[in-house]
Structure formats: structure tokens, C-alpha cells
Design a protein around this ligand. Sequence first.
Ligand SMILES: Cc1ncc(COP(=O)(O)O)c(C=O)c1O
Length: 389
Amino acid sequence: MAFDIEKALVSIPERSLKVDEIKATGAKDIENFISMGVADMSFKPPTIVLDALSNEIQQGFFGYYGGLSNYKASLRTWMKRMHSWEPNSEWIHTAHGLVAAIGTALRAYTNKGDGIILFSPVYHSFRKIITANERKIVECPMIINDGRYYLDFDLLESMLTGREKMIIFCSPHNPGGRIWSIDEQRELAYFCNRNKLILIVDEIHNDLIYPNLNHVTFPLVADGFFEEFILMTSTTKTFNIAGGLMGNVIIPSARLRKKFAKANMATGESPNRFGMIMGERAMDEGQLWLKSLMEYIEENRNLFDKEINSIPRVRSMRLEATYLAWVDFSALEKEESSIMKKLIVDAKIIAKPGSSFGLGGNKFVRFNLATSRSIIEEAIERIKLVFNK
Ligand SMILES: Cc1ncc(COP(=O)(O)O)c(C=O)c1O
């Protein structure tokens, strides 16, 4: 069964980060802007998820959440079906979003001043949560070869001072949409093993894989030789329910699990009822919707790449996963601020400046492609008009 993703287009409401970002420009004509910054989609989640929430509203019970064992069963089945790996029930913790969970992990396993390694450019909130917890960001810039990112283990080895305690790894990678191979992930596991580093593997984008490509979940790679990792996953990106603030923290190691449980207790968190209910329903029945979604976004990506790459000296990186296009404007403009000014003032497009993703991001721009084809076409036209001059 194919779902008509185009029909699920939703108008962006006042109470959204998307609208806040447009307002922050100071522009009066906010209705003329195209929002391609925040990483959530402009599509409604699957109808079954909307129905699950409507049911809750009809029932009128908005009290504390219970039923975690059902949720865990759905997650185990989803992981097995989608990623060929099934976590044990007791390995699963839930959190109020993955950024919050990373903060908890930082406090569980590291101390103030410890070095936390990132392969940059990478998702900007990693930097924020590390800094907010008074740990030190250690950035290891990735290499671009033939338009793809690669991890630079030689450089990382040379950077180690003995004060680094953890790596936060984004798989598939945001930005750039890179799917990491088994060999690359294995090398990372060996690296962490050798250097006594705890590895956080953030797989929030692991379901957003383009047709005919395959992402391998980290536990399958590490099986049998490396246990010092935490896998983080979520339904929130996959099914566009990020406002439900929830996520999964999967910890096979009993030692790490105990420490995380203690730190998690200190946050006082308990599951968000509405996020959990939406997530469970989505995992039970959302697989075909997700297939239609990725087929739709694949066409957006193909169109966007073809047209953007026709602008002289501008290059869109080939995405293997995620709906977040990553465009290199560095050969075109001297300053990132002038790229962003042209996008905001002339094209009326909100996108994420590359420098916010750390080293190597400067003069790239990230564009969210999870919207209708006609909006993508309009955005392409505006970008071409501004940068083709
Ligand atoms: C790699 C990565 N991790 C985490 C998040 C946010 O997770 P959450 O909303 O669960 O805190 C994002 C959002 O874009 C992301 O790209």
C-alpha cells in the first residue's frame, strides 16, 4: 500500500520553532518565507498515529504514563524488523529526547573538564550539551573525498591527550547524510576499545534511509568484542513527532546501564505520555508509511541536487540518509554571513548555516527537504535566482 505523502502536507502553526525562526529575522512578511532550517517535517504523521492521539483525547485521561512493557515490546519488534537486531527489554531506558539523554550520559560517565570527541561538522546540539555540562569539546574534522565524508582516525589518534573520555557518533551522519559502513564502524569500535573511550551512538536518523541503501546498526558491528557503548534511537524524526519529546537509550552493558540508571534517576524524568503513545503506535504500524515517505523525499532530493548542482561552483552533497541537504557554497562566497543574508533577505529562505555544525561546516548550508514538491521547486527557483547572478 502506498501513502500519498503530498496530501499529508501540514500548514506550519504559530507555536512551532519553524515560525519562531522566521520571526527572528525581523521580517514583516513571514508568510512569504520558506522554512528549511529546523529538522522536523512539514508532513502530518501517519493517520494511525493521529488516531492514537485522538483516542487519548476522546478518553480524556491525561495522567501519568504507564504501559512501558508494551512500548518496549514494540521497540524490540521495530528494531528487529528494521535493523535486524533485537535489544533485551532490560537494556532499554527512555528519555525526554536524545539531547537530554546525551546530557544524562555525560553526567553518568564523565567529569567536568573531560574531553568529549565529535566528528565535525556534526549536529549542533551536541556542542551545546557538552558545553552546558562543562565538558570540553574535542573536534576531529572529517575528510571530504569525492563528495563524501570520511572519519580521520589518524588525526584523532594524534589529537588524544589522555583526558578524552567519550565519543559522540552520529550514524547516519547529520549533516551530510552519510551512512557509515561496517568497516568504518568496526574501526571506530576498535579505536574506542584501544583508547578506553565510551561511545555514544546517536542513530536518531537510522530509519530515514533512501531506497535500496542499507544502514547497519552499531550493536551488530560491535557484537562480541566491544560493549562500552550506548545506542540512542527514536521514533521522533522517523514519524515527525519530535514535539512528543521522547527517545530510546539502549545499553547492553550491565556496568554502563547501572550508571545511566543512577544519573537518569537524578533528572527526575518519567516518560512523556503523549510521545510514548504516538511512538508505540507508529512502530507497530508505520512501516509502509515510512517507505512511501522515503520514496517521496528521494524524489525531492534528486530534484534538489540536480538543480542546485547546476549553479556554477555550488555542490550539494549526495545524501544516503536523512532529509537534510548539505550544500557547499564555499567556492562562491567569501563569507558565510553573505550567503545567509542572500538566503534570508533575497530568497526568503530559512536554512541552517554550516558554521553552527562546527569545524568544516563554514560556508555550507543545511536545507530541510521534508516538504512538498512544489515548495522544493519554489525554493530551488529562489536559490538559483539569487546565486546564479
Ligand atoms: C543527530 C541528532 N540527534 C538528536 C536530535 C534531537 O533529538 P531530540 O529531539 O530527541 O532531543 C537531532 C535533531 O535534529 C539530531 O539530528
